[in-house]
Design a protein around this ligand. Structure first.
Ligand code: PEP
Ligand code: MG
Length: 748
């Protein structure tokens, strides 16, 4: 095989482009490509294998192997040398293929006479599409230039595949993104939704893959990279130095944008005949393929940064913005790699659901999705590469599963499930004005958790007695600057207006841990969940807390006001917080503002220590609200954000229930109002247990009120209490099995 030059490569790419310009059927195009490659590379064989399904490769075209093996020869992922190329997304280059480990002889192809083998992956943005192979009789290794050249050709084939160049009758091959796909992720917000994909960052479409003039193309790339560098410098100049994470990302962008290696590879791609866009995307694809293989979180983050940077560069080169001109579908399901809370809030209630490739259960975006009451599935691998704008999509938030382009059987089963849910919702709606009164006569007060104005439209329909937890920090998190006191006053006043006669328990700022405000300086802490957070910050640096308390008093404007402090660990912390509030009341009085007609001051019990505070503490507080999410993480020493341990310990574990009973008894003894506002309060069986041990007020997300109310109304809390006592007496570890049996026996 003659040594290949840049001119050869460019000629080959141009021939491919010209071939594609002809309106030939898909199979003919594939066949012609193999002929062109064989001729221009001076090899004996060229074959194209494409994925038929996720783990089967099919020989779709060949020049040199027996024609009858086309669409007959199939290999599994990892099988033979071709399967190996596909599995590891790396070239295989050997002078003696039959002697190579993993070689698989396929008699129907007649390939035994060809000794040398070079296979490269056909991949696009980390998505494996197939394998391109050249073979020859003489036993020789291919040079680095030849491998590189073949990768460039493979990239062009990948792009053509994406553009649907090979579809049509007889090809037995569909464009990727046409087949149904079921992708599994993690539940971040339950619920089901059906709709069409709406990509948060639509892909840049590249139509010119091959260049006519490398020199002009190199200049285009240079100019675009210069624009990119300037824009990053501007971003860096305008970013506040306070947001360390943001700064770090921008610094990485800058480093990549000035990277000689990156630039050199793209320049080389262009010299071989690719357009500037195709060169950027080729390097992006390589980075994505690496991303799939690196376990190290730091390196993955950096590769993501490179991916983002490549997208920016592509947008500069093509002039395509996020605005593609496409119209948002009627039932949009947002698909994104990740999204910030502010951006998600901007989409608002238009969205039916959200699917993220990354994300975290406790992230701010998750909190917003909950406020919007839309199903959210996170950590869904490959969703942003698999999904195209407008694709039919089913989101099963409860199971953490996404069906993309589902077939009819899946769609109809899913619709049945949704119909059943809708029926259940109707049943819950009919209970809306009825109390959560158990068969024994005890009534449990059901309240809702909220944190954004977006939550409040659900209040009247939820059947909630009050807003049992209003997480005030969310307003601070969804914007990129510290809100002013007047903003807070307006916001709290609207919350109180929306709640009308119902009480709202405002929780003061609970920042730190997972809730970090980008515009505030934060120390680096080894373990932020147990660090300087919530009330600890409020007491040490009272400026923001005081502003917030003033805003609450003004927003109440004579109405009743309930304030609770988060993460109170000792009685004295509560006393200090209460004194701060009382001082603000006094100050507001002096300034002539109307004071609340009634003021309740409470504490959130989120650390085991507070359960054993002196009796005087229980007498001093107006109410206690158990923050079960935090309390449980500290009780079991299991980080609520850590997927490895998050679900390890059950709320109905007898140790935990016994501990909660201590709190119930202490509140009972002092006549202190007690409520529970962690996520568990919204899980019907857990809620039943909490009510059974004597917690008479439960605060939960609005969608849970119906199911919890329905179960409590069917149950007898005395029986539940006795059942838990029996489980305790028998020394069992969890009350869940017994409770599930009990619930199963209840009549509808
Ligand atoms: C809790 O910890 O249970 C709680 C309600 O507060 P958050 O989830 O906001 O920490
Ligand atoms: Mg908490």
């Amino acid at each position: 095989m003659p040594h290949r030059t840049e001119t050869d490569s460019r000629k080959l790419l141009r021939r491919l482009r010209d071939e594609m310009a002809l309106a030939n059927p898909g199979q003919e195009r594939l066949d012609r490509i193999t002929t062109i490659i064989t001729e221009s590379m001076g090899v004996d064989v060229c074959s194209i294998y494409l994925f038929r399904d996720v783990d089967t490769l099919e020989l779709c075209a060949t020049e040199g192997l027996k024609p009858e093996s086309v669409h007959q020869t199939r290999l599994r992922l990892g099988e033979g040398l071709v399967g190996k190329v596909a599995r590891f997304a790396r070239p295989v280059n050997t002078a003696n293929a039959p002697a190579e480990r993993g070689f698989r002889y396929m008699p129907e192809t007649g390939e035994e006479v060809f000794t040398s083998f070079l296979g490269v992956p056909i991949q696009r943005l980390g998505e494996r599409l197939g394998v391109l192979v050249v073979q020859a009789k003489d036993p020789r290794l291919y040079t680095d230039d030849e491998i590189y050249g073949l990768e460039v050709v493979a990239m062009v084939i990948a792009e053509m595949t994406e553009l649907g160049a090979f579809t049509g009758e007889g090809t037995s091959f569909a464009t990727p993104h046409q087949n149904p796909a079921m992708l599994r992720g993690v539940t971040a917000q339950e619920g089901e939704a059906e709709g069409q994909v709406w990509l948060h960052q639509p892909r840049v479409v590249i139509t010119n893959l091959v260049n006519d003039d490398s020199r002009a193309e190199l200049l285009r790339l240079e100019a675009a990279v210069e624009t990119l560098r300037v824009s990053i410098d501007q971003l860096l100049a305008s970013a506040g130095t306070r947001d360390k994470d943001h700064m770090e990302v921008l610094q990485t962008y800058r480093m990549f944008a000035h990277s000689r290696g990156w630039m050199k590879r793209m320049e080389e791609d262009i010299r071989l005949g690719l357009s500037a866009e195709a060169a950027v995307e080729k390097e992006q694809s390589t980075a994505r393929a690496r991303l799939e293989r690196v376990p190290d979180a730091y390196i993955r983050d950096r590769l993501h940064d490179l991916d983002d940077l490549s997208n920016r560069l592509l947008r500069i080169l093509t002039g395509q913005g996020n605005e593609t001109g496409a119209e948002m579908p009627e039932r949009p399901i947002l698909v994104a790699r990740n999204i910030g809370p502010g951006e998600l809030l901007e989409y608002g209630r238009k969205l039916r659901g959200v699917v993220l490739e990354e994300g975290a259960v406790g992230s701010h975006a998750t909190i917003v999705a909950r406020a919007l009451a839309i199903p959210l599935v996170i950590n869904v691998p490959r969703i942003t590469t698999e999904a195209l704008n407008g694709d039919h999509i089913l989101v099963d938030g409860t199971e953490g599963v996404v069906h993309l382009r589902p077939d009819d059987t899946i769609s109809s089963a899913f619709r049945d499930k949704m119909a059943m849910q809708a029926k259940a919702q109707e049943r819950y709606a009919s209970l809306r004005d009825k109390p959560a009164q158990a068969r024994c006569g005890t009534t449990v007060s059901l309240k809702m958790n909220a944190g954004l104005l977006a939550d409040l439209p659900s209040l009247p329909n939820s059947g909630a007695d009050a807003v049992g937890l209003f997480r005030t920090e969310l307003q601070f998190l969804v914007q990129d600057r510290m809100p002013k006191r007047s903003d807070l006053v307006a916001n709290y006043a609207r919350v109180l207006d929306a709640a009308a006669q119902r009480k709202v328990y405002f929780r003061t700022l609970d920042i730190g841990s997972d809730k970090v405000m980008p515009y505030m300086n934060r120390p680096d802490e080894p373990n932020p969940a147990m660090g300087w957070r919530a009330l600890r910050v409020g007491l040490d640096k009272p400026g923001v807390l005081r502003m917030q308390l003033q805003a609450l008093i003004r927003a109440a404007n004579g109405r009743a006001l309930s304030v609770m402090f988060p993460l109170v660990a000792t009685a004295s912390e509560f006393t200090q917080a209460r004194d701060t509030l009382l001082r603000e009341i006094e100050r507001e009085r002096r300034m002539g503002h109307t004071l609340p007609e009634k003021l309740e001051i409470g504490a959130m019990l989120e650390t085991p220590s507070l359960a054993y505070a002196p009796k005087s503490f229980f007498e001093a507080v107006d109410f206690i609200s158990i923050g079960g999410n935090d309390l449980k993480q500290f009780f079991f020493a299991a980080d609520r954000e850590n997927e490895l341990v998050r679900k390890r310990y059950d709320t109905l574990n007898v140790s935990f229930l016994t501990f909660l009973q201590v709190i119930v008894d202490r509140c009972h003894e002092t006549g202190t109002d007690l409520s529970f506002c962690g996520e568990d309060a919204g899980r019907p069986v857990d809620a039943l247990a909490l009510a059974g041990i004597g917690i008479a007020s439960l605060s939960m997300r609005p969608a849970s009120i119906g199911p919890v109310k329905s179960l409590i109304r069917r149950a007898n809390l005395i029986e539940v209490s006795e059942l838990i006592a029996r489980v305790q007496a028998r020394g069992l570890e969890s009350a869940r099995p017994a409770l599930l049996d009990y619930v199963a026996m209840l009549v509808d």
